[in-house]
Ligand binder design. Structure first.
Ligand code: SF4
Length: 327
């Protein structure tokens, strides 16, 4: 690994200044993804700013919202009693992620900004438009079993790997940022960009911005939420397909529903047309099947990942059936 400088910042403003003053900086908390990327040569930085001592490790539930600090650890959030009770989809998504060792180390900010698991991206000898713009996308005609069927382009079809981001997308979370120009808040649905012709631009974050926290609205719907993750083995594996769902019914009729999907999109995938198709209707097998077909209406499958078109519809039916008491 290439040598790099290291600064331990004492508060958020100092961290942002330290990053702004040294070109090629990145923030590091647990380092569980970043250091692997640097070791593999998929990402290079001349300077890291340690954000573990900024006072951003808190987790608080009040009557209106959940606030998670950007440096809170995955395990802490997953085990927090208020999160487990009021936002079960978040706890379930976190516990379905990584390994206990990684969950002890990895921060929430780092989890949201982890990079794709596309093997070509992580192999610095392979071409990859995301790592080296203009070099090509070998995944389109190569190994693409784990790749996206929704939101891809001719330049990139990589999925975003974070389970937590999928759950936060379903719950309309807001991400708080601090950068050289000050603070701002971005809905998580606007944080991740589609690849288009610039897959190297993954988020709406500006240079030097740091994730200071995440807010999640506290609603009755959030308390009725679940995460379903389908993967090749039961632990330490990324989603082939996942669904975060929150559902409230009155009798059999859907009063409200939120859905987000992992493993199928180039970003945590939310399609409000699917939710609108279910809202106000009796929750029946036919209604769920129609919603599933709507979800994959614009899907584009490749040689290795066509099975996801069917699998994501089955996953949707499974989780809605469970939440709606159909089975
Ligand atoms: Fe690179 Fe994206 Fe293509 Fe993977 S899918 S090789 S990340 S451009």
């Amino acid at each position: 690994m290439r040598a790099f400088g290291y600064t331990v910042a004492g508060d958020p403003a100092e961290a942002v200044r330290a990053a702004a003053n040294t070109p090629g900086s990145a923030y590091v908390a647990g380092g569980t993804d970043l250091l692997n990327l640097m070791r593999d040569g998929a990402q290079t930085h001349d300077h890291l700013v340690d954000v573990n001592r900024l006072g951003l490790g808190g987790i608080a539930v009040d009557p209106r919202r959940l606030r998670i600090g950007g440096a809170a650890r995955m395990r802490q959030v997953a085990e927090h009693p208020g999160v487990r009770r009021e936002f079960p989809v978040l706890a379930q998504a976190l516990l379905a992620s990584a390994s206990p060792q990684v969950r002890n180390m990895a921060s929430i900010g780092g989890n949201l900004l982890q990079r794709t698991r596309c093997g070509y991206f992580r192999d610095s000898a392979a071409p990859c438009n995301k790592r080296t713009p203009g070099s090509g996308c070998p995944a389109i005609t190569g190994q693409n079993r784990g790749h996206a069927i929704l939101g891809g382009s001719d330049h990139c079809i990589a999925t975003h790997p974070s389970d937590l981001a999928v759950a936060l997308t379903a719950l309309d979370a807001t991400v708080h940022l601090l950068g050289p120009a000050g603070e701002r808040a971005v809905p998580i649905t606007d944080l991740y960009l589609l690849p288009g012709s610039t897959p190297d631009r993954e988020t709406a974050m500006r240079p030097g911005e740091l994730i200071t926290g995440v807010d999640v609205p506290r609603t009755a719907l959030a308390a009725e939420s679940r995460y379903l993750k389908l993967r090749d083995r039961a632990t330490f594996e990324f989603a082939v397909v996942s669904v975060a769902a929150a559902l409230r019914t009155k009798g059999r009729v859907v009063r409200d529903v939120r859905l987000a999907f992992g493993g199928v999109g180039t970003r945590p995938w939310r399609d409000t047309r699917v939710e609108a198709a279910l809202r106000g209707r009796p929750l029946t097998g036919q209604a769920i099947a129609e919603a599933g077909r709507l979800l994959v209406r614009d899907a584009r499958a490749y040689e290795g990942n066509g099975f996801k078109v069917e699998l994501v519809q089955r996953a949707l039916a499974s989780i809605l059936g469970e939440l709606g008491g159909l089975r």
